[in-house]
Design a protein around this ligand. Structure first.
Ligand SMILES: NC(=O)c1ccc[n+]([C@@H]2O[C@H](COP(=O)([O-])OP(=O)(O)OC[C@H]3O[C@@H](n4cnc5c(N)ncnc54)[C@H](OP(=O)(O)O)[C@@H]3O)[C@@H](O)[C@H]2O)c1
Length: 268
């Protein structure tokens, strides 16, 4: 089955990719910053195999740091130990306003969710094209269809980048899939301090929350079929279709409403 490398593989969506890819028989390379969590996840994966022990490698890297990103790119390009599935997943919610004179958070977000996605996606693509097979998954977001923030702009970039890379690799045996999650119950929301009361709930209606298991299962099915866009569940497929067909001014109006309710939530 070969080896899968997952950035942000210690929590939420990335950890679930690691579990499900290990269960499919892949060896795993995990990338994140927190060494203790990387060790704990590696131990979980090694113990989880029924018929075989999953080989797990960890790479401690801060993808906001270009030197760390280059180290991960070098691992993706290692011809002796090829990577067959690459999940470009690490990311975080950006809360800073676009008019904030301090752009440090935007800089970090662009480094982790744009620059590293580009550098690592390119490294994975070169190795896979050479071997004539492989799969790349880039975690975008339905948020990228809205106009909520710098985060929306970044996730719109990830989707367009994925479709463009897929065009570039057409016929090479390498597939590229942009995963477009809606709201998923992970640490993402707590880390951003955007939820109140019941963990992971915030002001979002219950039916819109997804569990990572379902999201990743659906996505891997789409990857198997070579789909370029993976949108989980019928309700999100419908919402995505609706947003695509609404006038731009209506999408901006809806986005303003969501942004306003978020800033009221943050202030209360
Ligand atoms: N949860 C949602 O509702 C949702 C919806 C749409 C899209 N997404 C996207 O899904 C992806 C995963 O999010 P999640 O919900 O699973 O969040 P999460 O539970 O907070 O996990 C984030 C993962 O990324 C790693 N990470 C964060 N910053 C990093 C950095 N600078 N360098 C290396 N690794 C870093 C974290 O590990 P360390 O902290 O140890 O580095 C962790 O493993 C993100 O791209 C996010 O934008 C999430």
């Amino acid at each position: 089955m070969g080896t899968a490398l997952i950035t942000g593989g210690t929590s939420g969506i990335g950890a679930e990719f690691a579990r499900q890819l290990a269960a499919r028989g892949h060896d795993i390379v995990l990338v994140a910053r927190d060494t203790a969590r990387l060790d704990a996840m590696a131990a979980e994966l090694r113990e989880s195999g029924r018929d075989r022990q999953t080989a797990v490698e960890i790479l401690v890297a801060d993808l906001a740091n270009p030197k760390d990103t280059d180290r991960v790119a070098a691992r993706l390009g290692d011809r002796q130990h090829p990577i067959d599935v690459f999940v470009n997943n690490a990311g975080f919610r950006v809360s800073s306003r676009l008019s904030n004179p301090d752009v440090a958070e935007h800089d970090r977000a662009l480094d982790v969710m744009v620059r590293a996605v580009l550098v690592l996606g390119g490294a994975a693509a070169r190795g896979m094209r050479e071997r004539g097979s492989g799969a790349i998954v880039n975690v975008a977001s339905i948020n990228g269809q809205l106009t909520l923030s710098g985060y929306s702009a970044i996730k719109a970039w990830v989707r367009v980048y994925s479709e463009s890379l897929s065009n570039e690799l057409r016929g090479s045996g390498v597939t590229v899939t942009a995963l477009m999650p809606g709201w998923v119950r992970t640490e993402f929301h707590q880390r951003a301090g955007t939820t109140k009361g019941e963990a992971g709930r915030g002001g979002i209606p219950n039916f819109l929350w997804l569990e990572p298991e379902l999201l990743v299962r659906d996505c891997l099915r789409d990857v198997d079929k070579g789909r370029v866009i993976s949108i989980p569940t019928v309700r999100y497929k419908f919402l995505s279709w609706l947003v695509k067909h609404l006038p731009d001014a209506t999408v901006r109006w809806v986005s303003r409403g969501i942004s306003l309710s978020r800033s009221n939530e943050a202030e209360s």
